[in-house]
Design a protein around this ligand. Structure first.
Ligand SMILES: *[C@@H]1O[C@H](CO)[C@@H](O)[C@H](O)[C@H]1NC(C)=O
Ligand SMILES: *[C@@H]1O[C@H](CO)[C@@H](O)[C@H](O)[C@H]1NC(C)=O
Ligand SMILES: *[C@@H]1O[C@H](CO)[C@@H](O)[C@H](O)[C@H]1NC(C)=O
Ligand SMILES: *[C@@H]1O[C@H](CO)[C@@H](O)[C@H](O)[C@H]1NC(C)=O
Length: 177
């Protein structure tokens, strides 16, 4: 059974058993609802294209290990996100943080990801600003990538051809600027 709900955050916390929560393309504001940490069956969480702001606390996702789709793109989230706080989400396939006011750090602390992503969106995320601005090393362990967007991060280094060689199904790879 899957449930599909579009509701406003105030009544949200009661629905902690749902599997899909799509609040995208609304005008929701404020911080990320902290009760999401109790949504232990959640497979899809799409908060993209809203006005959510504030930090993305690592604790929000520490128990939401059923997630396979997570998009927080196009909001006003800020602060530093340690990519490692998502590394335990072993079922994660599609992960998009693009176009917030975030600084995303993938290199320190080091992460050993348990996921194999098919879609990764880290456009405009000041990626690895404090650790040299390189292509994320965890991508070396990814074998199923189809869409990767690392654009608008001022990344240093060459176009990562190895990504294409390791991920034969890659359809789209952006790393310009
Ligand atoms: C999670 O659920 C427990 C038990 O219902 C509750 O006490 C707690 O406040 C909830 N956590 C959040 C962050 O809402
Ligand atoms: C995660 O679940 C454990 C065990 O149920 C609980 O003790 C802990 O407080 C939960 N963490 C969060 C951030 O909700
Ligand atoms: C985003 O958040 C900052 C504060 O962190 C605030 O000054 C700014 O107005 C917000 N922008 C939008 C578009 O909501
Ligand atoms: C990552 O994995 C390596 C090899 O399995 C291990 O030596 C290392 O301690 C792990 N690092 C972390 C941060 O878990």
């Amino acid at each position: 059974m899957t449930c599909f709900l579009i509701i406003v955050p105030p009544g949200l916390c009661k629905f902690k058993d749902i599997k899909w929560l799509d609040l995208s393309f609304n005008d929701f504001e404020g911080s990320i609802p902290s009760c999401l940490s109790n949504f232990s069956n959640l497979q899809l969480l799409d908060l993209s294209n809203n006005g959510f702001s504030g930090k993305i606390p690592a604790s929000t996702f520490s128990n939401v290990t059923s997630l396979s789709y997570l998009s927080l793109a196009k909001n006003n989230f800020s602060g530093i996100v340690e990519f490692r706080s998502f590394a335990h989400l072993s079922k994660l396939k599609e992960f998009v943080l693009s176009d917030n006011d975030l600084e995303v750090e993938t290199e320190y602390p080091m992460l050993n990801s348990t996921f194999q992503l098919t879609v990764l969106g880290l456009s405009n995320c000041k990626l690895n600003k404090d650790t040299g601005g390189g292509i994320p090393n965890f991508l070396y362990s990814q074998r199923e990538l189809m869409v990767v967007d690392l654009s608008h991060n001022h990344l240093l280094g060459k176009f990562p051809n190895w990504l294409l060689e390791m991920n034969q199904k890659t359809r789209s790879l952006e790393s310009h600027e």
